[in-house]
Design a protein around this ligand. Structure first.
Ligand code: PMP
Length: 398
């Protein structure tokens, strides 16, 4: 049967990542993949994570199966982060959380669940969005459309067009929203725009699916969860996919969560039962290590505050890189200001560079950025910034 399989291309991020890995130039630089690297260009192991791991290993617990949905402590910690401790959603038990295989796994649990309850729904993702959104929802059997988002003129969000488009969707459509640090553009909605979106989705009976892969990388833990909290206050059904890949620097541990919020607490256990069934028939139950680390950090007050300060450090360092990049490019007079880079949030910047610029950066300088012009600002540091600025200046002025 395999003889008939046509070639399947990788998505552009993974394809460029492979090309980067095969590039033998020592000065090569990966600004493609969404990974935070520190001042020295290394992926950090956070001190809070290291301590939690040591504590976990010292306990020497047997490696039993975990519950399908994850441990109560992990699930509660995820909800505390999303909604705020002692929020009404938690005290009223209106949400069910399941541990997932990264944020991607959370999206997949959610997509499979929605296919059961809204089988004919259209899924709307932002234009542009993280490549895997469309692919993942299509793989779950949905028709996927794009709503207007990025405005290349203002380097911001086309909020009016976005709203106008969402109003045309049939009732029961699913809208995928980035809570913060929009990937790939870096442009987020303002608090007022989020409030308008809560109303709009309510009035038009649209189902929000919030992807929060960068909580704490934008403005702060609570600030970045504003969208989640506003939707929760509206007492409606919606979904959230969380990722701890970036905020704990635990990429390869594959740790995240799917949280299903219900307007009516009476349905929570049935929804959770269905989600557990979907997990059971997929990978049976989740892995231990990443979840044990996240749970230990979040439930040990000293480690929790250490983690918050380490996360704050990553956030501030990215912001400093944004400022230095924008100012350095502007000093080189490239025919337009790059100050918009400072207003963006999170790891990524839609830099305005073209596919041709990206190709020259790769071919001539070994600097890998996506053809869309997306740059991972979180991979810049004092040691490589000058080189990146010089290379960008060269390709733009050419
Ligand atoms: N959603 C978005 C918007 C992302 O950028 C990413 C990671 N690049 C994910 C989800 C998935 O995260 P994870 O690696 O935890 O699966």
């Amino acid at each position: 049967p395999f003889l008939h399989i046509p070639g399947t291309p990788l998505d552009p991020i993974m394809a460029l990542f492979e090309a980067y890995n095969h590039d033998s130039r020592p000065e090569k630089l990966n600004l493609v993949v969404g990974v935070y690297t520190d001042e020295n260009g290394s992926i950090p192991i956070l001190d809070s994570v290291r301590s939690a791991e040591q504590e976990w290993f010292a306990q020497g617990k047997p490696k039993n199966y975990r519950p399908i949905e994850g441990t109560p402590g992990f699930r509660r910690s995820v909800q505390d982060l999303l909604f705020g401790e002692d929020s009404e959603v938690i005290t009223d038990q209106r949400a069910a959380t399941l541990q997932s295989v990264g944020g991607t796994g959370g999206l997949k649990i959610g997509a499979d669940l929605l296919k059961k309850v809204l089988p004919d729904a259209v899924v709307a993702v932002s234009d542009p969005s993280w490549e895997n959104h469309r692919a993942l929802f299509e793989a779950a059997g949905f028709k996927v459309v794009s709503y207007p988002y990025h405005d290349p003129q203002s380097h911001g969000v086309r909020f009016d067009s976005m709203c106008a488009f969402l109003r045309t969707l049939p009732a029961g459509s699913i809208v995928v929203l980035h809570a913060c640090c929009h990937n790939p553009t870096g442009s987020d909605l303002s608090p007022d725009q989020w409030r308008m979106l809560v109303d709009l989705t309510g009035e038009n009976d649209l189902f929000p699916f919030i992807d929060i892969a960068y909580q704490g990388f934008g403005r702060g833990l609570a600030e970045d969860a504003l969208a989640v909290r506003l939707f929760a206050q509206a007492h409606r059904d919606f979904l959230i996919a969380s990722s701890f890949s970036k905020s704990f620097s635990l990429y390869g541990e594959r740790i995240g969560a799917a949280t299903i919020v219900c307007g009516d607490p009476a349905v929570v256990s049935r929804v959770e039962g269905l989600a557990k069934r979907l997990v059971r028939t997929n990978y049976s139950n989740p892995p231990t290590h990443g979840a044990a680390i996240v749970e230990t950090v979040l439930r040990t007050p000293s480690l929790r505050s250490l983690w918050e300060s380490e996360l704050g450090h990553m956030r501030t360092r990215i912001r400093r890189m944004r400022e230095q990049l924008a100012d350095a490019l502007d000093r080189n007079d490239l025919g337009g200001s790059f100050q918009f880079i400072k207003a963006q949030n999170g790891m990524f910047s839609y830099s305005g560079l073209s596919a041709e610029h990206a190709k020259t950066l790769r071919d001539d300088f070994g600097i890998y950025v996506l053809d869309t012009g997306r740059i991972c600002v979180a991979a810049l540091n004092d040691g490589n910034l000058d080189r990146v600025v010089r290379a960008i200046t060269h390709v733009v002025k050419r």
